[in-house]
Design a protein around this ligand. Structure first.
Ligand SMILES: Cc1ncc(COP(=O)(O)O)c(C=O)c1O
Length: 432
């Protein structure tokens, strides 16, 4: 039995594993072409030919429409701004509530706050880590206008139930699909199941262009409002209003993607299917191997959905092994395998929600005459999200190429080594 690296033995990995990288020659050539053409952006905040951006931005949007079989695609300089525009496109504002997940990147909920509406946090499902339909139901009030559903880690929630609730209560659905490009539910691409879907191209994502995002929808009005929000809509509306267009109340910004980023994203989209497939093969292999450990729960993917493993999420059941999650992660780290614990503190527990404060002189929008019902942000409101954060959720990048089944075998070997040395680890914990 070899000694654990955490306790002074030799690590399983002799050198760090290679990181994921999807940027290659194709992207280099695409950038060189744009540079040669010398038009790095081609947006003008005025009604007319350049209101919708340059040729690469338009080409990217066309390719997204075709790939995801939607009528409209509107690119943005991030998913954060695309989410903000999606909420704004619905016309959601002061006095409105939007139900979302607390187990997500803060940008999801901030998109609601930027529109002066209030996020209401519903709990998640312990298998999908995405919103749980029953909890959504309990959080609906007369002020609820929409659901901002997050497709986390590369997976999706149970959309059958969520769509039923939305329909019954006349709620719109925005999908934050930043982490799940190429995932599917009942044969439909994630991001195209609700009224609008948002994708991220930040540099951590399966496909990226440094920073960037895109919104897809089949709704003409939402697409138009999103375009206005992307490019200083208030001044563009002035042009349009003066030429007879029906007035849209709108406040825009500069949320525009550059031609350079769009050219990279075009190349990346071409690779999406293959990149996802590589992850799925590795993830399925690891899931099979993890069955050997009764104290670890591999992702439980609904038969109706396709998971694309932006990260590989799994759960740690401390009772089954008699050590803390932190000790397990530390021991794996010492063997050379970084494991991420907890993902994200449930958002209602971060200071902005605890203090209900965005501005130094006002509690708006948290406390305002627009909100007779108080929204509650206290510990205990989403017990599953809290349990995932505090005790169970883990994720690894081991299923991302260029890593192979060989590295996954070593990862599993490290877990086996921990099981073999469990008494020593328990002793280590007692001394800590
Ligand atoms: C679920 C989720 N939503 C939103 C975002 C924000 O994306 P971006 O960095 O493109 O603004 C991220 C980014 O990590 C994310 O993971």
């Amino acid at each position: 039995m070899s000694k654990l690296a955490l306790l002074g033995g030799k690590p399983i990995l002799k050198k760090p594993l290679p990181s994921y990288n999807s940027i290659n020659k194709e992207e280099e050539l695409a950038v060189a072409k744009v540079m040669k053409e010398k038009k790095l952006s081609d947006f003008v905040a005025r009604a007319g030919e350049y209101f919708l951006g340059g040729k690469y931005v338009k080409e990217l949007e066309k390719r997204f429409r075709n790939y995801f079989k939607v009528k409209y695609a509107v690119s943005f300089n991030s998913a954060s701004t695309a989410l903000q525009a999606a909420v704004g496109a619905l016309g959601v504002g002061p006095g409105d509530q939007v139900i979302t997940s607390p187990f997500t990147m803060s940008a999801t909920a901030s998109a609601i706050l930027f529109n002066n509406a209030l996020p209401v946090f519903a709990d998640i499902n312990e298998n999908s880590f995405c919103l749980e339909a029953e909890s959504i139901k309990k959080n609906i009030t007369p002020k609820t206008k929409a659901l901002l559903v997050v497709n986390l880690c590369g997976g999706t929630p149970d959309y059958d139930s969520i769509l039923r609730i939305a329909q019954k209560n006349n709620l719109k659905i925005i999908e934050d699909n930043s982490q799940s490009p190429g995932a599917a539910y009942k044969g439909k691409c994630a991001g195209t199941i609700g009224d609008m879907g948002v994708f991220s191209f930040n540099f951590h994502k399966t496909i990226q262009c440094g920073e960037g995002g895109i919104l897809v929808t089949n709704n003409k009005k939402y697409a138009f409002r999103a375009q206005l929000i992307r490019n200083h809509g208030e001044v563009v509306m002035d042009d349009l209003f003066n030429t007879g267009r029906i007035y849209e109340p709108i406040l825009g910004n500069n949320f525009r993607l550059t031609e350079l980023q769009a050219a990279i994203a075009i190349e990346q989209l071409k690779k999406l299917k293959k990149l996802n497939q590589q992850r799925i093969v590795l993830a399925d292999y690891l899931t099979e191997k993890l069955k050997e450990f009764l104290w670890l729960v591999a992702p439980q993917v609904d038969k109706k959905s396709v998971h694309v493993y932006y990260v590989y999420p799994f759960r740690f059941l401390g009772k089954g092994i008699g050590i803390k999650r932190e000790t397990f992660a530390k021991a794996m780290g010492a063997e050379g395998f970084y494991i991420h614990q907890g993902y994200q503190k449930p958002l209602y527990l971060i200071p902005i929600y605890q203090k209900k404060e965005i501005y130094p002189h006002s509690k708006f929008p948290f406390i305002s005459k627009d909100y007779p019902q108080k929204v509650v942000y206290k510990k205990g409101i989403c017990p599953v999200a809290e349990r995932m954060y505090e005790k169970e959720y883990l994720s690894t990048a081991i299923c991302q190429p260029p890593k192979t089944k060989k590295e996954i075998d070593l990862f599993v070997k490290a877990i086996e080594k921990i099981e073999e040395n469990i008494e020593d680890l328990r002793e280590y914990e007692r001394k800590m």
